[in-house]
Design a protein around this ligand. Sequence first.
Ligand SMILES: *[C@@H]1O[C@H](CO)[C@@H](O)[C@H](O)[C@H]1NC(C)=O
Length: 412
Amino acid sequence: MLIAMSSAPGGLFHPFLSLCIALLLLLLPGEAYQDLSDDTLRSLPRPGNDFDIHDGALLSPILIPRVSGTSGSTKVLNHFVDFIRTSLPEWQIEYQNSTQTTPVSKGKEVPFINLIASRDPPGVQPGDSGRLTIVAHYDSKYEPEGFIGATDSAAPCAMMMHAMRSIDAALTQKWEAEDPLSNLEEHKGIQFIFLDGEEAFKDWTDTDSLYGARSLAEQWDSEVHAAMSTFKTPLSSISMFVLLDLLGAKNPGIQSHFKVTHWAYKKLGGIEKRLRELKQFKSSNSESGTPWFLDIAKSEDQLSTAFPIGDDHIPFLKRGVEVLHVIDAHPSRGFPEVWHNTNGIPDDGEHLDLDTVEDWSILITAFAAEWMELEGFMPNGGDSGSSVQDTRAENVKRSPQGAKHYNQKTEL
Ligand SMILES: *[C@@H]1O[C@H](CO)[C@@H](O)[C@H](O)[C@H]1NC(C)=O
């Protein structure tokens, strides 16, 4: 993002060297990215009943107050860890912990626990893998008491869980089929980060907010990978920081906030458009539904930078990480109506738009699959005529036990 190239001294630039560099650039496409086929988009795994707000195996356990340092927070953290250990044993689990005081902790240190779940190609050292990084915070607000934060960010956490399991088998198959170590391209890994302590306890300030993100960014900036690694620090191995926040209300409006990631924003918007055309969007089955990605037709230079939004990306952005901020912050409507319960409508499970939550989960799955170049490895039903209605019927058929049955082969 902020790379300053020093000019070659004396202007003596060997033509052969230039040729080599040109060839190298051809061999190392920095942004290798592969669109999914229509068939694969039609066959994306669906969450089925797992997003049920009362007994859905993924979402319902997160819909409780989970203020940092409380037992609710521990319960939700354990829910993520149990899910990963049980259903996704190939994923590495890592914690990044800190303690900090807050304006309401009366001098006591509050623990903030970030959870990182990652996969790298087999045999590739962590410092040699550039990781797509998908992030949401799992803590909820201290006030008002009992605040749930369904869009903020319980639903995004559940979407991440669904995306992880939906690409898991395809990652394994891709890495078995190709020898990653003989691959000339940069090694690509992926990580999902569940951040703690995003919310302010009292009033949002630089020190009362982003507790987990500040600690993680600082640690990952100072930790150094093994000598001769491709990436010097865990921070520099983040190939893109995709932050999900305030998602789950109907008709979201997502702006493109950063020039450097506008290409990836357009990819997300492109997937949205294709999923609608293929009738895979439950929240709007019409092709002409209001697009979520408002800036898809804009060029980098037309992006508005009028509203800088304070969120978990900031400590990473400040350190030069490329950020794609996927947040429902409409240029005229602002945040979702339920935001922080300020309009008298609680941000709880009952006020989620579950069709929208499901649509987000397949959109994020598709983006991760395209980034990781999983076409050919994702489940591909080949039943090319299927639409949302058909898949709904299939979900019912496939989940006879209902609540505690995962829609995929994974079971908790
Ligand atoms: C971080 O916190 C988690 C969850 O409480 C705990 O299991 C882990 O051992 C802690 N890690 C360190 C290094 O303290």
